[in-house]
Design a protein around this ligand. Structure first.
Ligand SMILES: Nc1ncnc2c1ncn2[C@@H]1O[C@H](COP(=O)(O)OP(=O)(O)OP(=O)(O)O)[C@@H](O)[C@H]1O
Ligand SMILES: [Mg+2]
Length: 356
């Protein structure tokens, strides 16, 4: 038997459909967040009678359903009425007023944005938006570099609800007084799920993703327990998927405890958000960047070496990428210059990370 023969055939996969394990998969319902969704709906409700809505700041630790709950409410809104425009923007990606306004144009299908200034573009979309009411959601709002767009919306959009999502409440508390009083924000906290809720959520995903009965109950319990301990549902989805892959690779028709345990060992390779979850060398590099924010990657590597850091440049580069992907730092490619293309590394998340 060759190595490929020992694997399960395609038709024998343990997965029925791996898509429900994707982090951005939209489940039909978002259980255990009914109250939170209700509160969001209450903030939007005045828009149904052409009055101005309320503004909300949603906060809570990673992977507790903040994004999915809001997106779910926006989807339902879109199905219920054409008179309220739902706009969702992630301000980690669209992190300046200009990029946000371009994104607004994009979502409203306005194509002629080339060579136009921010104000000019905003005036165009503003006319469209003011024909109806609007719900804006700005996710990862603490990543945005300027708040001019908020002033623009507050002053020039008549009927709106602004929802902002962040991992830390302190971001809003430290916000400029003028804008804070104009927003008159309501706070909505998303707490960590209880172990029973984590089990409920993961069971549901598992039902869509796997062939029935391939999970041994104990193997699933280990996954659920670990997820509840960490508190981030993404970790759970990762464990389920990896355990499935591991079982499949050893041509097993069941997912057993040892597969889940093996998958749990790999957690540190996935998306982590808390510094407490970083490995020692990753933490050391993060500290180094903190003290040398804005330097070129090559210079950082030299300092790292001087301080006794181990490994070759490629490994260092990979760790920088890991930290960047997990949003502990940001990197920016700089083209040209005397040394050709280089990467500037910035420390963009501060110690607040661990203080939800
Ligand atoms: N109640 C729930 N029911 C079903 N799936 C859920 C639920 N809560 C969270 N999830 C799933 O868990 C994952 C993480 O949720 P989500 O992206 O909403 O987290 P978040 O609170 O926005 O985290 P972050 O602060 O890191 O952005 C997603 O795949 C989401 O679909
Ligand atoms: Mg989110």
């Amino acid at each position: 038997m060759g190595i490929f023969d020992r694997m399960l055939g395609d038709s024998e996969s343990l997965f029925m459909d791996p898509v429900p394990l994707d982090y951005d998969f939209m489940p039909k319902l978002v259980p255990y967040r009914e109250k939170e969704q209700q509160q969001i709906a209450v903030a939007i409700k005045p828009l149904f009678s052409n009055r101005n809505g309320k503004n909300i700041l949603i906060h809570g630790p990673p992977g507790v359903g903040k994004t999915v709950a809001v997106r779910h409410v926006l989807n339902e809104l879109g199905e219920k009425t054409d008179d309220i425009i739902p706009i969702y923007i992630n301000t980690w990606q669209k992190n300046t007023t200009f990029k946000i306004v371009i994104e607004l144009c994009d979502q409203l299908d306005y194509k002629f944005t080339h060579n136009k200034k921010t104000e000019e573009l905003f005036n165009i979309v503003q006319k469209d938006l003011n024909k109806k009411s609007v719900v804006f959601c700005f996710d990862e709002i603490d990543k945005v570099e300027d708040l001019d767009f908020l002033y623009m919306l507050l002053e020039q959009i008549y009927r709106k609800t602004i929802i902002m999502i962040t991992n830390y409440k302190s971001w809003a508390i430290e916000m400029d007084e003028r804008i804070k009083s104009r927003l008159s924000l309501e706070f909505l906290e998303f707490r960590k799920y209880t172990p029973a809720e984590v089990t409920g959520i993961l069971k549901e995903r598992l039902r869509y993703a796997f062939v029935p009965d391939v999970w041994q109950p104990e193997a699933f319990n280990i996954a659920a327990e670990k997820t509840a301990e960490i508190g981030d549902i993404r970790t759970g989805l990762y464990i389920l998927r990896e355990a499935g892959n591991i079982a499949e690779n050893r041509a097993s028709r069941k997912i057993e405890s040892k597969d889940t345990e093996e998958a749990i060992k790999k957690i540190s390779e996935m998306k982590v958000k808390k510094t407490a979850e970083l490995k020692d060398d990753e933490q050391a590099i993060l500290d180094l960047i903190k003290n040398n924010s804005g330097k070129k990657i090559g210079d950082l590597f030299s300092i790292y070496k001087e301080k006794g850091g181990e490994g070759v440049y490629k490994t260092f580069q990979r760790k920088i990428e890991f930290l960047s992907r997990n949003k502990f730092i940001s990197t920016e490619k700089q083209l040209g210059g005397t040394e050709g293309t280089t990467t500037i590394v910035k420390y963009e998340r501060d110690a607040k990370l661990d203080e939800y």
